[in-house]
Design a binder for this molecule. Structure first.
Ligand code: SAH
Length: 221
């Protein structure tokens, strides 16, 4: 199978998983814009060379340093829940391989992504640059605190499991914006939350789906 055929198969699987989970997520199918963007990003570039053959399977894969690139269905769902718009400026916490950031970069104006692991941050930065994703900036640091210099953001996506919703991220979200974050105990099942900030700065929260993410670790220095 060519990479193109593998991507098409991956998208079919994602659509099937959307149907299975519709009762939880309330979403019947993936937004066409998100699907179109997923067609354009070569996930095989973001996984270790030895795992290239598995790059389009609907599964998380190890990316080194004990971290993982998320399952394509979850990437699709979180991107969808964020409701990205062309002019948006988005913050991602947990750059990992850079795949989620690359996907978002095709849908919005600017992506800022923070990674606390130096090896991963450097690799993601180099790879995104090499592949020509020019509207993504990768920073090494603790994303728990957000990225105040570029706040407020139209949307924030956290791709590691937090024990609670960080206040700093709530503060750095624009009114009308969405914050997508897995919350729960580390190394157990968490709940994917979709928060929306209204024009008065009040939050509404929706529990979307049980998920399993690597932990969001705090910088305790
Ligand atoms: N979005 C990534 C997958 C992320 S895995 C992708 O598309 O590949 C979660 C990542 O969050 C890991 O790389 C981990 O190192 C990072 N991480 C954990 N805690 C963090 C923190 N406090 N700040 C920034 N990154 C963090």
């Amino acid at each position: 199978m060519s990479s193109r055929q593998k991507i098409d198969a991956m998208l079919k699987t994602i659509e099937a998983e959307y149907s299975f989970t519709k009762g939880w997520t309330g979403l019947a199918s993936l937004q066409p814009e998100v699907m179109a963007a997923m067609r354009l990003v070569s996930r095989e570039e973001f996984v270790p060379p030895s795992l290239k053959a598995m790059a389009y399977e609907n599964t998380p894969l190890p990316i080194g340093n004990g971290q993982t690139i998320s399952q394509p269905f979850i990437v699709a769902l979180m991107t969808d829940l964020l409701c990205p718009k062309k002019g948006d400026v988005i913050l991602e916490v947990g750059a990992g391989s850079g795949y989620q950031a690359a996907l978002l970069s095709l849908l919005v104006r600017q992506v800022y992504t923070i990674e606390k692991n130096p090896d991963l941050a450097e690799r993601a930065r180099d790879l995104l640059q090499k592949l020509g994703y020019g509207n993504v900036e990768v920073r090494l640091g603790d994303g728990y605190k957000g990225w105040p210099e570029h706040a407020p953001f139209d949307g924030i996506i956290v791709t590691a499991a937090a024990t609670h919703v960080p206040l700093s991220l709530q503060e750095q979200l624009k009114p009308g914006g969405r914050l997508i974050i897995p919350v729960g105990p580390p190394y157990e099942t968490q709940e994917l939350l979709a928060l929306k900030k209204d024009e008065n700065g009040e939050f509404s929260t929706r529990n979307v789906l049980p998920v399993s993410f690597v932990p969001l670790t705090r910088d305790t220095r």
